[in-house]
Design a protein around this ligand. Structure first.
Ligand SMILES: [Zn+2]
Ligand SMILES: [Zn+2]
Length: 255
């Protein structure tokens, strides 16, 4: 008897044989964070990528930003990959920006009795231990970051630095995106996933006149490019940065 699981494997094999580079599963919540699970056929890599949170880094002096990858793994067969996806989406938990199996998660939590976190490593929202920070170096765990973003509160909860929560940072500077040559190869092939900040505001930019009024008026409705954070002391209007990131991801989905 052919199960739906087998049928899905057949679908993936058909897509791959027809020349598709990847398969995007529908966005889903993994441990409370919205993610895209993606299979990259050419490199046999499975990734779990945040829908809302990106990371910035530089490579050869050039600044880039990409969807933040919470997890990636090489797979041997589609069957292995699909079984792993089942486990990840039902059991895995987020710790310090990584998705961990329940066993790994419990072990890492136990380690805290011998290697405690410092006073500066407590999420400023839920007070759980974390090495995740805003790009202004204030601690916030991944789950609280996502919750704030969903509530459209994207300023730093400590210093109110504007529009920073969608940019992932970690005090140890441990980013899967930056450390993995596999991910680099995947993303370099895909302009939507390997954006220099100058490219991010492309969708609307063409229709906007070339004049650039900065700091003229806070109530300007122009989309704010996803670039370096802007320091504003008062609460700014909720900006379109997240919407912009989502639009980019949606565009990507439709390819
Ligand atoms: Zn938290
Ligand atoms: Zn801050």
């Amino acid at each position: 008897m052919t199960t739906d699981f087998d049928k899905l494997i057949a679908v993936l094999e058909k897509r791959k044989s027809k020349g598709s580079d990847e398969y995007h599963f529908r966005p889903c919540s993994v441990d409370g964070v919205f993610c895209y699970v993606v299979l990259y056929f050419k490199f046999s890599v499975l990734t779990v990528e945040s829908v809302h949170i990106v990371c910035k880094f530089s490579s050869e002096g050039q600044p880039y930003q990409q969807p933040y990858v919470l997890y990636y793994r090489k797979y041997k067969t589609f069957k292995d990959a699909l079984e792993l996806i089942q486990k990840i989406t039902t059991n895995y938990k987020i710790l310090n920006g990584d998705l961990e199996s329940p066993e790994n998660y419990d072990e890492l939590k136990l380690e805290e009795c011998v290697i405690p976190y410092s006073e500066n490593e407590r999420c400023s929202v839920c007070f759980e231990n974390t090495t995740d920070t805003t790009i202004c170096d204030h601690p916030i765990c991944f789950n609280c970051r996502e919750k704030c973003i969903l509530k459209k509160q994207i300023n730093c909860p400590i210093c109110r630095n504007a529009n920073v929560l969608q940019f992932y940072n970690n005090t140890l500077q441990l980013f899967n995106n930056r450390d993995s040559t596999e991910l680099h190869r995947i993303f370099v092939n895909n302009p939507y996933k390997y954006l220099a900040p100058d490219d991010v505001d492309m969708p609307d930019d063409a229709s906007v006149s070339s004049s650039e009024d900065e700091e003229e008026d806070e109530e300007e409705d122009e989309p704010i490019p996803v670039q370096e954070p802007i320091h504003i002391d008062v609460d700014p209007p909720i900006n379109e940065a997240i919407v912009l990131v989502n639009d980019i991801m949606n565009d990507f989905d439709q390819i």
